[in-house]
Design a protein around this ligand. Structure first.
Ligand code: UDP
Ligand code: MG
Length: 191
C-alpha cells in the first residue's frame, strides 16, 4: 500500500513550491499531475500530446485514464518512498471516481493538504512566475480559476465531509506556510 497525500488549491497557491520542500525534508515523493501531463505532452510518440495541450490551454481537465496511469506508473518507480504527494489531482468528480476505480486496494489516502489563497493573489503569482507555461496568461487563468471553483473546490468539500482536509493559509511567505505544513505531516504520521 502506498501512502498518498493529495495536495490541492487554486492555480498559483504554491502547491509545487511546498511539495518540493516536503519531498526534500520528509521523504515523500512529489508527483505533480500537471508536470506529468506536460512531460507526456513532450514525449516523442505520445498519442495524447495534442489532447493534453488543448486541455491545458483551456484550463479544462484531461480524461482521468491518462492522468491516473501517469501517476500510477510514477508511483511504481519509487516503491520504497514513505509516501507520495499527489499535487493537483483529483481535480473533479471524474478524476476522483477514476482514481478510486484504478487505485483502490493499492493506496492509502492519508489526508488532503489544502493550500488556501485568495484567487486574485494566485493569478498575480502565475502571471509573474515566468515559467514560460502556455497556460500562465490571463485568458487561460480565467478558465483555470473557473474550473477550480466549479469542479475542484467541490472535491475539497467532499473530502472535508470525510474529515480529511488539512487547510493551510498559503497567502503568507513560503517559510511560514511550510512551518504549518510540517505540523500537519507530524500530526498525521503520529496517528
Ligand atoms: N491537468 C489535468 N489534470 C490533472 C492535473 C492537471 O487535466 O490532474 C491540466 C489542467 O488543464 C490544468 C493544467 O494541467 O489546468 C495545469 O495543471 P497544474 O497542476 O500544473 O497547474 P497549477 O494548478 O499547479 O497551476
Ligand atoms: Mg503546479
Amino acid at each position: 500500500m502506498f501512502n498518498v497525500v493529495f495536495v490541492l488549491g487554486p492555480p498559483g497557491s504554491g502547491k509545487g513550491t511546498i511539495c518540493s520542500k516536503i519531498q526534500e525534508n520528509l521523504g515523500y515523493v512529489h508527483l505533480s499531475a500537471g508536470d506529468l501531463l506536460r512531460a507526456e505532452r513532450e514525449r516523442a510518440g505520445s498519442q495524447f500530446g495534442a489532447l493534453i495541450e488543448s486541455h491545458i490551454k483551456n484550463g479544462s481537465i484531461v480524461p482521468v485514464e491518462i492522468t491516473c496511469s501517469l501517476l500510477e506508473n510514477a508511483m511504481n518507480l519509487h516503491k520504497t518512498a514513505n509516501g507520495f504527494l499527489v499535487d493537483g489531482f483529483p481535480r473533479n468528480a471524474d478524476n476522483l471516481s477514476g482514481w478510486s476505480k484504478q487505485m483502490s486496494g493499492k493506496v492509502h489516502e492519508q489526508f488532503v493538504l489544502f493550500l488556501s489563497c485568495p484567487v486574485d493573489i494566485c493569478i498575480n503569482r502565475c502571471l509573474n512566475r515566468g515559467e514560460g507555461r502556455t497556460d500562465d496568461n490571463v485568458d487561460s487563468l480565467k478558465k483555470r480559476v473557473e474550473t477550480y471553483n466549479n469542479q475542484t473546490f467541490p472535491i475539497i468539500e467532499h473530502f472535508g465531509k470525510l474529515n480529511m482536509v488539512r487547510k493551510v493559509d498559503s497567502e503568507r511567505p513560503v517559510e511560514e506556510v511550510y512551518e504549518d505544513v510540517v505540523k500537519v505531516f507530524e500530526a498525521a504520521n503520529q496517528m
